[in-house]
Every structure is written in C-alpha cells, then in structure tokens.
Design a protein around this ligand. Sequence first.
Ligand code: PLP
Length: 386
Amino acid sequence: MTDRAYLDHAATTPLRPEAREVLVALLDEEAGNPSGTHRAARTARRVVDEARDVVAAALGCRPGEVVFTSGGTESDNLAVAGVHAAQPGVVVCSAIEHHAVLDPVEALGGRVVGVDARGRVDLDALAASLDGSVVLVSVMLANNEIGVVQDLAAVAAVVQEHAPGAVVHTDAVQAFPWLDVAELAAPAHLVSISAHKFGGPQGVGALVVRTGTPLTPLQRGGGQERGRRSGTQNVAGIGAMAAAAAATLRDRDEVVHRVARLRDRLGDALTARLDGVTETAVPLDADGRPDRSGKVAGSCHVCIDGVENEALLFLLDQQGVAASAASSCASGAMDPSHVLAALGVPRERAQGSLRLTLGPTTTEAEVDHAVEVVVRAVERLRGHRR
Ligand code: PLP
C-alpha cells in the first residue's frame, strides 16, 4: 500500500540514478569552461563531446548536428524562429503543439493546421495550407496533454509534395521516453528534446539541426555549439542528460511494456468505477474495448463529467496524488486547453479534464491509490453539485 502517487511524469519525471551520479560527480569536480585551453577546460570539453556522441546516437544524427540548449522551450523557439530568420516566409504548425511551438508560430503570423477527433493532424488540411511561401512545418511526435503520436513520415511526405523547400521540425520532447525517436523523427530536419522528461535534470535539452538546414542563431556571443547557440554549456547538465538518454534507451522496451499495462489498469478502472468518464483520443475497437494504441505508453487522459478540474486537482493533491489538468492558470482562471478544443471536445466536458501521466518509477500501488482517490473525490464533488 502507498498513500502517494506521482502521476505527473509528463510535466517532469524523477532524475534517473545514472543521471544523478554523473550530475553530482561533475558538479563536485573542479569545473572548467569547455571553451578554454587548460586541463580543467579540456576535461569539461571532453564531457560535452562524449555526451554529444551519446545524444547523437540516441537521436540518429551526427554528433556535429546536436545543439545543446536550455531545454525543450529553447529548442522549439530556436527551430521556429531560427529557420524563419534564415529564410523569411510562412511558418506552419499543428493546432495541438506545445506553446513553445505554437506561440512563436503565431508571433510570426504563421498558419495553424487542425487535427481530427483522435488528435491526428489532418493531412488534407496540411496540404491545403502549404505553398511555395512556406519555410517551416512543425508537427510534434507525441503530444504532452493527450499522448497522441503523429505519423511524421506521412506529414513529411505531404510537405515534400506541396512545399518541397520547407524545413520539417518535430518536437520530440514527450516522445523520447517511449518511442524510437531516431527512427520516427528521421524525416525531420530539426528535432527537439528535453532532459527532464526522460530522467535528466531540468534546464537542459537539445535540438538536432541536420546538415544543410538553414538556421540563424537566436543567441549570439561566444560562438559555442558551432555558432548556433552561444553561451557556456551546462556541462554537468549535459553529461547527466546523456546518462539519462543512455539509460532510457537501455530500458525502453521493458518500461514501455510495463507502464502501458499500468496505464491500461488506470484507464480501465476509472471508466469502470465512474459514470461519465471519457478517455480522450481513445476509440473503442470492434469488441468494444478501448484502443490506446495511438498514444504513448505513459499517458492517461480523461474528461470527467460534472466536475471542475481545479477543484478535483485540489482534492487529489490533499490525498497525495500529483496530477495535472494540462490547462494553464496564469491569470488565476483556468484557460480551457487548446488541445482539447482542437479535438472538438466541448468546453463543458473539457472543464473536467484530468491528465495522469506515468513513468518508469510508477508502481501498481500508486495506480491503485490514485484510482481510489479520484473515485472518492469525484463522488464528493458531484455530491456537492446536487
Ligand atoms: N514541448 C513539449 C511537448 C513539452 O511537453 C514541453 C514541456 O512541458 C516542452 C516542449 C518544454 O520543455 P521545457 O520544459 O524543457 O522547456
């Protein structure tokens, strides 16, 4: 038994022991600046170079194509704004992108392409949005709210046909813990990842920039990262990210298998125990069973009728369950999710959205505790409304 359940791994997942060991060792070492010339600097440079090799292998690119950044947001911004600065024109993205892509695209006056009810990019609408003026198309590999995986090869084929000069970017931040990004993101010129989503520390990430991709740096200064991202590298963070990436690749098949079963247990229990629960982007198969195959293994997203997620999250937190509504709360009022709106989920239903995301450390006891707590909290909130 447990009285806690951390089910917000998509927000950030605990540091892997392998990453922690590297991080602590590097922070304790006499740290040099990797741009210097003396022994300590050479040591720091070797850490960064070795990490670059590991990350490149994990992402299926050459070491020189890896640009280390401060995380997913910077990688996404650099991709969108950096391509636009190098080659002004129209930028395009899907309607369910993370704000780290959506906001720069909108700031540049770009085009936003819709998705179907299961969250898959509408390829006809994508084709219709493309012409010779388009310089970049950004479609995420896996979504952070609902876990839906996109067919990037199909997206890239449409881009190749209708805007052959455009660069393809994919935000693989949520994909890396679960999917073979080296293979699935191969059609993209630019690929973003973030360490704290796969057991590395917060504040470090990478952007793959394949050779020949036009990209103007957003940060100028010392010319680090081959001039594509100036600023002294986060040496300890980069070393720890590489350790987390290696551990993720080593365990991925086993983790995906185990976590998918726990996620199914969670989704099955919530829909069986409560009325008015809809699993987002999960159709029923021919036998009436939920088909979660279009989503990453760690993602369970439900809309619960008759509750408001703000009140629900409060009750869950009181009972030791960390979850998310995947709505932003910047002004005190919950903004309805742009992702659920794009799927056509009615606003009323979206107000009861609950994102429960699992990770490598998730246990059956945590899942069972979360189910009991959610069921009790929903019954309580519904009782109040009667
Ligand atoms: N892209 C996606 C899909 C994400 O889920 C996140 C984090 O929530 C980001 C980008 C931003 O990453 P970071 O927190 O490293 O800036």
